[in-house]
Design a protein around this ligand. Structure first.
Ligand code: SF4
Length: 539
């Protein structure tokens, strides 16, 4: 077993520790790192003329809240007019009874947003909207496009620059798609035909749910990077990012939207179009952390996967310990699996303050410096005098784990053995997950033993990429594992891979950048709260 840190640290580890110290000093664990990798977005759509589609969308979005907590929005159509309502904040903050009661209709799309491209502004919240020759188009997107420069150029050419008038400050890749479909829908070309022209132009990861006044559409990129499923109601249809959202609205799972498929849902039922050959590369990190445990992806339940990863981790990296504890909640299934396979008793050692990361109130500096204690509190009586195995889902910057190890030792743990239920995250994601830049990823510069020293654990081990892949029950060739192995399934320009945070950071000729870091609170302060934008959506 590796011994605790007692010798002078190697220079690379010292530099990493200094970086973690600086981040601790400015309270970073209280906000950035504690959230872990940030999900992309959640999308939901319902076509059900006899249902309260606004309330159904609300509950669907609520089930997908973990995929995006910066903004929420919904578009509803009564057959003649689309109304879009969106705001910064959580689903429960954005919508109330009276708002939902005013959103009457027969179909709807909903969106929960975390910004992977574009700033956190009201304009960038979704669904995005465009008028068309025959009415309107509202669209929600999960994922990240990698050819936004090209798409922006095409949109500029198609509309001779006139699309800018509809953007109202929007800077997202998603809005480009809305603009392109709307621009190509003409008197002679239906929206369905326009979508089938635009979808093959898109590169990157996308799950799209969009609608006009009477039809719901759902499309998934040819690699099927992120999940998108179709469900059946007694009298209607639902599409959603995760099966858990079907469950919560009482829809029966029908099937996944296939990679490279466009579904069209209207009074005639569901039609399917292929717009590209399928080349599946499902996101492996969905199984580790992103998706809800009660979701099933490609036939494999996420909870079962995580438990199996824990068993694998126990076999690959045993530890002599008295108790296995999870870092709640995303580490819980893997900790259960680790305990089961190792025979070491499972116990609770940390209590999570579940809602602290979901407030829009910025903590004061003194509160920020409480760091990890804002989110996790140790159960001293449970862990005192014990050798602990602590199971977490991933290490991004390392701040959280270092603070955690320190906190557990202060609470009386004799030894802290950290086990991680994913391989080291060494590469950034360009398909919709915001880990950090490569320079911020602790595993991009340090080996496992060096990371152990940096976080101060008695031992550290990650599950192997083979072990995680086996647990997912997916063939390796059908998975994206780029954040672990750097093999990007969807090609990227080298410049972005090596340095840039998002492909959208390259200068877009027609997309106006708000610039800078997320400016949610400023943007919120600048305008009236809770503005229904029905006028925008009038047919
Ligand atoms: S790079 Fe990682 S997080 Fe991004 S899609 Fe691939 S597996 Fe998922």
């Amino acid at each position: 077993m590796p011994e605790p840190v007692t010798r002078p640290l190697p220079a690379a580890v010292r530099a990493a520790v200094d970086r973690l110290d600086r981040a601790d000093a400015d309270g970073r664990p209280a906000d950035a790192d504690l959230r872990g990798p940030r999900e992309e977005c959640g999308v939901f759509g319902v076509w059900a003329p006899r249902e309260d589609v606004a309330k159904m969308s609300y509950y669907g979005m609520y089930a997908l809240q973990h995929r995006g907590q910066e903004a929420a929005g919904m578009a509803v159509s009564d057959g003649t007019r689309i109304v879009v309502y969106k705001e910064l904040g959580l689903v429960s903050q954005v919508f109330d009874e009276s708002t939902l009661a005013s959103l009457e209709g027969s179909l709807a799309v909903g969106h929960t947003r975390y910004s992977t491209t574009g700033s956190t502004t009201w304009d960038n919240a979704q669904p995005s909207y465009r008028p068309t020759v025959s009415g309107g188009l509202a669209l929600g997107h999960n994922g990240n496009l990698t050819n936004t420069t090209e798409l922006a150029r095409r949109l500029g050419e198609l509309t001779d620059g006139r699309d800018a008038a509809h953007r109202r400050g929007t800077t997202t890749d998603s809005d480009l798609v809305t603009g392109l479909i709307a621009a190509l829908a003409t008197d002679d070309r239906t929206l369905e035909a326009a979508a089938l022209e635009v979808l093959p132009m898109l590169q990157g990861a996308f799950c799209l749910v969009f609608m006009d006044e009477d039809t719901l559409y759902a499309a998934r990129d040819p690699h099927g990077v992120h999940p998108l499923v179709l469900g059946r109601l007694d009298a209607g249809w639902v599409v959603a990012s995760e099966t858990a959202a079907l469950d919560i609205v009482g829809a029966a799972f029908v099937r996944e939207v296939e990679p490279g498929e466009l579904l069209v849902v209207d009074e005639h039922g569901v039609r399917s179009h292929r717009f590209a050959l399928a080349d599946p590369k499902g996101c492996l990190f969905e199984y580790v952390y992103l998706a809800r445990p009660d979701t099933t992806i490609a036939g494999r339940n996420v909870y079962e996967t995580r438990v199996e990863v824990g068993r694998t981790l126990a076999r690959e990296s045993p530890a002599a310990a008295d108790m296995v504890i999870p870092v709640p909640e995303s580490g819980t299934p893997a900790a259960i699996g680790y305990a089961e396979a190792s025979g070491i008793p499972y116990g609770a050692g940390l209590v999570k303050n579940a809602y602290v990361g979901r407030t829009f109130i910025q903590p004061s500096q003194s509160i920020r410096q409480l760091g990890i204690r804002l989110k996790l509190n140790p159960l001293r009586e449970s862990i005192r005098g014990k050798r602990l195995v602590v199971v977490d889902d991933s290490i991004v910057r390392g701040n959280t784990q270092r603070a955690l190890v320190r906190m557990l030792r202060e609470a009386g743990a004799l030894e802290v053995h950290v086990r991680i239920s994913s391989p080291p995250v060494r590469w950034p994601c360009f398909y919709g997950i915001d880990f950090a830049s490569r320079a911020e990823l602790i595993a991009s510069g340090l080996g496992v033993e060096e990371i152990r020293q940096a976080i101060g654990a008695d031992s550290l081990a990650y599950v192997s990429i083979e072990g995680l892949t086996l647990a997912s029950e997916q063939p390796a060739g059908r998975l994206c594992r780029a954040c672990f192995d750097g093999a990007y399934a969807i090609p990227l320009p080298p410049r972005e891979v090596l340095g840039r945070r998002h492909p959208e950071d390259v200068e877009l000729p027609f997309v106006e950048h708000n610039g800078g870091d997320p400016a949610g609170d400023d943007a919120l302060a600048d305008r009236e709260p809770l503005v229904p934008v029905g006028a925008l959506g009038s047919a």
